[in-house]
Ligand binder design. Sequence first.
Ligand code: MN
Ligand code: MN
Length: 259
Amino acid sequence: MNSIILQGILYDKKSSFQPGPAKAPPLIREALYSDSANMFTEELKDVSKMSISDKGDFGIDEYFNIEGITSTNLEGNGKLLTLGGDHSITYPIIKAHHEKYPVLDILHIDAHGDLYDEFEGDKYSHACPFARIMENGLAENLVQVGIRTLTTHQKEQAEKFNVEVHEMKDLNLSKIQAFKNPLYISLDMDAFDPAFAPGVSHHEPGGLSSRQVIDLIQNLEAEVIGADIVEYNPDKDFHSMTAYLAAKMMKEIMAKMVD
Ligand code: MN
Ligand code: MN
């Protein structure tokens, strides 16, 4: 059984709209270890018996330090799960993974394509990480699910980078291609409909249900080598319901990673 490495990245300086995700990692942990639920996944894997090396939470002064912190935490055996943080952190995290996994695919679950060439003058905005990842050749295949905010620019970017986009308007989860390469999962909590996950900066109606995302993760047949859960904004949450959803997703994703 593979072991899990956990890191929290306390960073939201590249949020274009509202800060808050920097506060998320300790609250997702608290929800995971709360007496509210047991530690089993739905497929009866006991998360409390998994080997989890928790490296703790990292305050970030400089955006590009995220890559070095991640590389250090990736040393040795184990697969890394990162709690964010805004979505800008995924670019330096994937850079670090690329050193260890030169060929990888990404499953990106989000309301947004995050493919802007630049956003409000910043090429590293949380609206841009997947443009940076693709133009630097850091992923073989990028598959996006839950998208419902494309612009003509982002549509062109998706075509330029050959992204497989599964938009909400014509979603059929059974049409998602099988992943042949080691797989990294990047889960932006705003992929869920705001009715399921109010604790995000960008409420975008018409999103995925909790059940759809859980099914999507459970049905993956790929080797999952890393993941992140980003954009949980505690300032917008209601009775911690988004924290509990993030914690449930954490369990289901970790179960895939140890397989
Ligand atoms: Mn995002
Ligand atoms: Mn998003």
